[in-house]
Design a protein around this ligand. Structure first.
Ligand code: FES
Length: 276
């Protein structure tokens, strides 16, 4: 059992939980994820490590309440326990040799981008952060982003916080201003990562994206998290979750995800019909 040390609502639907998990905290690195189960009836939920502290043995996860499992997880309070907390899984982010980077986070993807941005800042790299949200009430980690970056652009779709516009607008403007990045790291909705990658491809800037497709076992056995990268099938859980954004087949992944959502909707409808 793993103890919840702290809970914080970052916005009405995004929660940060800090979990006591010394083994995970000792070996976790940015870019990696854990798979947890709330209780014995629970499904396995993959979540990226949002922060970790080997000294206190604590690991933070940030998640959006989007279904039954995350809803159950969001009800946990400091002092409660969750059943399983397995990790770290996946390959760590590669930060070697990066001197100047633009980190682009969309929505809760910003939470996934935070640990790698922090590590790069601690290594002495010049870090620019662009974080995008739909509106002011959904903004998370504003203070944390500002602390580790020399340029921080907050973007909202409706202009209720920061500047009105898309993260790609802000990134294009920074590139136009003459900033030369060794790498762009983009983490967020698939469509956002696709358009960031298209933009950076035009400018010949190396781009890393973090893929979070449907995961089941997290060990490369079930095939649930497969995606096509450079024409080859890869598994996000063991080959990723980070990949070269210029090689990922985003359209194929979006098509597969929408099919999955359709099956899930039909399954829900059937359950509701049966329960009538
Ligand atoms: Fe099953 Fe990756 S989660 S293969």
């Amino acid at each position: 059992m793993y103890k919840v040390l702290a809970k914080e609502m970052l916005n009405p639907t995004v929660v940060r939980l800090t979990i006591e998990a010394p083994d995970v905290a000792r070996s976790a690195q940015p870019g990696q994820f854990v798979i947890l189960r709330v209780d014995e009836n629970g499904e396995r939920v993959p979540l990226t490590v949002a922060d970790y502290d080997a000294k206190t043995g604590s690991v933070s996860i940030i998640f959006q309440i989007v279904g039954t499992e995350t809803e159950l997880l969001s009800r946990k309070e400091a002092g409660d326990y969750i059943l399983d907390f397995v990790g770290p899984l996946g390959r760590p982010s590669n930060t070697e040799g990066i001197k100047k980077v633009a980190v682009v986070g969309g929505g809760v993807g910003g939470a996934i981008a935070y640990p790698v941005a922090k590590k790069l800042h601690q290594q002495g790299a010049e870090v620019h952060i662009i974080a995008g949200f739909r509106s002011a009430d959904l903004v998370i980690l504003e203070k944390e982003f500002a602390e580790i970056s020399s340029i921080f652009r907050l973007m909202t779709d409706d202009g209720t916080a920061g500047e009105k516009g898309l993260v790609t607008d802000a990134l294009a403007a920074l590139i136009e201003e003459g900033h030369q990045y060794d790498e762009v790291i983009a983490i967020g909705p698939i469509v956002m990562m696709k358009f960031v990658s298209l933009l950076t491809k035009k400018h010949g800037i190396k781009t890393t994206v973090s893929m979070n497709p449907i995961m089941v076992d997290g060990t490369g056995m079930c095939g649930g998290c497969r995606l096509t990268v450079g024409g080859e099938t890869k598994f996000a859980c063991v080959d990723g979750p980070e990949f070269d954004g210029h090689l990922v087949d985003f359209d194929g992944l979006m098509k597969r995800n929408s099919m999955y959502r359709k099956v899930e909707q039909e399954h829900l409808c059937n359950l509701m019909e049966e329960g009538k």
